[in-house]
Structure formats: structure tokens, C-alpha cells
Design a protein. Structure first.
Length: 157
């Protein structure tokens, strides 16, 4: 049953959207700090957004814990911000060229070798600081210390 998590992570690292979506059961839900997706189109849109912002994004598992139909994983996510990245609040951050190395935790509820639900957590402050942002984020300002209020353009940091 747990091999679906390995398939999912392999697909995530290969940036293979179709393989990722095949890991989810019909009606699956994915919840993270900045989003909740409840159907394949929404899940796929989020994955594509991550890969667009970090085209070399790669996950490495540190530890996996299983119990019945639940899996918990602790990982690192490493990538370079070379594309637009959707930050909290829905604003786009223009590419910074900076790298990230962030600890993440993903929790999975499985059934019939598919993912029923996935919840993931990561330290947004850690990502923002590695991208050169300062808090509080100031959306729409011209100081260059936050993300743009203009969703199509973003700031160059």
C-alpha cells in the first residue's frame, strides 16, 4: 500500500504531472499552507505552479513513518527560484535566482494504493528569507522588499 508514496515522490521529482495525478484517488484533497485543492485540476495547477517557480525542485526523504493507512514523511525540498512563484495572498514573486533548502513534512491518508488526502507543512518564513524577502511582506510597494501587488509582473529582487 505504501508504494504509492514512493511513486508520488518519484513523479514529483521527475515533474511528471500525469504520474502525480495517477497517485490520487477520486475526490482526493490536498491541503497546504497556502492552498486547498479538491479535484485533479486544482491539484495539478498547484504542482505546475511550484515547478514553474522552481524548475529544478527536488525532494529528498529523511524519514518515513507508517501506521495502518497513514504515512508521515519528513523531507527536504531544494530548488532554485527562476520562475514566478505564488506567495501567500495570491501575489506572484518574480524570479530571484536564489536557492532554497527547506524542511517539509507531508502526511498521507491512503486507500486501495491511492492517496485519499495529503497535508503538507513547511516553514514559509524559511522560504521567504532564503528568497531575500523581509517580513512583514509588503504587497504592492516599490521598495523591493516584498512581492508585487501586480500579479502579472512581480518585483526583481
Amino acid at each position: 500500500m505504501y508504494d504509492v508514496v514512493d511513486r508520488m515522490l518519484d513523479a514529483m521529482n521527475a515533474h511528471d504531472l500525469h504520474a502525480v495525478l495517477r497517485c490520487y484517488a477520486p475526490g482526493a484533497v490536498v491541503v497546504g499552507p497556502e492552498m486547498e485543492a479538491g479535484e485533479p485540476g486544482e491539484i495539478g495547477s498547484y504542482m505546475l505552479q511550484m515547478w514553474e517557480g522552481f524548475p529544478d525542485l527536488h525532494f529528498t526523504i529523511w524519514e518515513t513513518i507508517t501506521f495502518a493507512d497513514v504515512v508521515a514523511t519528513e523531507m527536504t525540498a531544494v530548488g532554485t527560484h527562476t520562475g514566478p512563484y505564488l506567495v501567500a495572498g495570491g501575489d506572484l514573486l518574480a524570479p530571484t535566482g536564489r536557492g532554497i533548502n527547506v524542511r517539509v513534512s507531508w502526511f498521507w491518508h491512503l486507500k486501495d494504493d491511492l492517496i485519499l488526502s495529503q497535508r503538507f507543512y513547511y516553514d514559509q518564513l524559511q522560504i521567504y528569507s532564503q528568497l531575500g524577502l523581509r517580513l512583514p511582506l509588503s504587497f504592492g510597494d516599490d521598495s523591493g522588499n516584498g512581492a508585487s501587488g501586480d500579479r502579472g509582473r512581480g518585483h526583481d529582487l
